[in-house]
Design a binder for this molecule. Sequence first.
Ligand code: GLA
Length: 728
Amino acid sequence: MSIVIDENLGLFTLHTHSSTYQIKVGPYGFVLHTYYGPRIDGEDLSYLLPRRSMSFSANPADTGSDRSFSMDSQPQEYATYGATDYRESALQVTGPDGAAYADLRYDGFECCAGKYGLEGLPALYGEGFDTLKLYLIDAHTGLRVTLLYGVLEQEDVITRAALIENRGTAPLSLDRALSLCLDFPTSDYDLYTFHGRHCRERIPQRTPLPHGKLRVDSLRGASSHQYNPFIILCDRSASEDAGCCYGASLVYSGSFLAQAEVDQAGATRLVMGIHPDTFRWSLAPGDVFTVPEVCLTFSGEGLTGLSHRLHRAFRDHLCRGKFRTARRPVLINSWEAVYFDFDSDKLVEIARSAAPLGVELLVMDDGWFGKRDDDNSGLGDWVVNEKKLKGSLAELARRVNECGLGLGIWIEPEMVSEDSDLYRAHPDWCLHIPGRAGSRSRNQLVLDMGRSDVQDYLLASISDVLRSANIAYVKWDMNRHLTEVGSAVLPAGRQGEAGHRHILGVYRLMDRLTAAFPDILFEGCSGGGGRFDAGMLYYTPQIWCSDDTDAAERLIIQYGTSFGYPISTVGSHVSVCPNHQTGRTTPLRTRGVVAMAGTFGYELDISRMSEEEKQEVSAQVALYKRNYTLINQGDYYRLSDVMAQSDYAAWLFVSPAQDRALFNFVQRYAQAASPGFRIRLKGLKPQARYRIGDTGLTLSGAALMGAGLYLPPMDGDYGAVQWEIEEI
Ligand code: GLA
């Protein structure tokens, strides 16, 4: 058991393979946090808790004349607003008296093997977890909080979530209910955040913690392109290969807050959860609110170690269904090939030219349903446009299948166009505020997914389509953020619930659809990578990483994404040049190498490629299939800092047995008189000997990792090298 409990001491010690997390029931029954860091024996660390009188830090009423105890300086598991802690709180509750106040004290525990589940919310699951439940109570109101801890020893993962229950007799209002409150005694850390915009997601930024609050967030109703709900706190000296790093990934896809606060005493508090600014939840007597999960990971071996642990945890304990392990097809997507301008003959032509090259699935992207020849109409009408397809979907699937490919389709369930039969029939089904005009984005409105009639309609209409033909894949898109977040089915006093209810509705629909069609591969998408979060990975084992398909740009986007998310989840395609987003031209070889650091596929009109290009595609597909397990289940090493170095990018996949590797290199910005590149590999067996691609070289792991490889400079920008490395 990874959880050690000393009831006499009120001590709860959670051990993972290389970390320890400790909780102490402190004076007056407050639930305090004593430690999170490299594994220790589990001795009581409560001697570290600060005891000092601080002016202007108030003392709880029951401390009497003891001025040395204030929640303003105590490290806590779930800080509340209203009493003596002035730092960012995890919980804020308004009672029947109208006052914002909560005072939580320890009220018992439970511990068991296995993982707790969260009703209606995504969460990590599976073998290897132990669960600790800590009960806290506010005796005045009857508010009971259950803090949930899931310990996955092998991957150094600790998950946290909470249940908030009104056991009193009067209604309560939850004004904030965050997932994480994690206090550290010092502030000598850097914080990694991941920022961006449409077509430029998850750009890493490393900032030394300043005094005050360093936050990233989303008020967009989706986790967003702009900031990702994943952060890393690390030692100032932490590097890829050394130092303590703490990852926190929110398993949630809506508006969020993630923040590090350095307080007056130089201590650090991390908080993370549903964004409190737009959240309010009524808790009637007997009601329980479920707080989403956050996944914590610790690495004492730098950022690479952190990524490896998270990659494995998400691959094995978050992604679900058949395609968690089954090989996913190499696909060709119609979007950048033909956009809205296609019919079935054109699609079959693409499938026919892709088949001999080893491509296995054709995705018919946007434009196949309702009235949809551009992005101004049709969303919500999930009925096949048989005129455009010149026949049924079943007929198209049959023709594509005859070419040897599976057929996939695109959907965007959460949206509605005003020019649609659905909107004409149910104008009140979208999020809106009565009397106010709705804002448009991409000329579309957002359905109120919290409504069960909306969910039922979408389930039925999309299921009908999926049942009508042999469909092997679905791309689930979401192309605008939320505005006018009001629901026609909620009373005025509960409109603060609309945003979270919307996400719960999205999850419910995803759960039902993916359960009804277990053989279909679902890929998430939101204008590219606008909803690339751990919540979505529970329903879709891969997510389109970005609408920017330019290989040079993808080097940065995929580099940033790799810190928190496994390669098997990163949707990545080879597209045409000049690239449609940047106008840049990169060699086909390079586009292939870059797209192989992901789910791999194509997004161009293969029927227009030259014979020479087709041969190259064929070789790429064969290489990808040969290395599928290595890429998708192996360990991924960043061999360069793409943000700091403009001259090249390199990365490596190593098999779990360390007997195979795939080395990838892109020369980014060619320099005159360049001496070439020396790149040290990682993760190999020092004593083993390896054959390096077609170089004729055989070298020991020690030489490859100590001395490295040499790559001569190439003429021009964006040349690529890819070597399969094998133990001999
Ligand atoms: C979004 C997606 C694209 C494509 C279009 C279709 O932008 O990210 O890949 O599916 O929608 O409208």
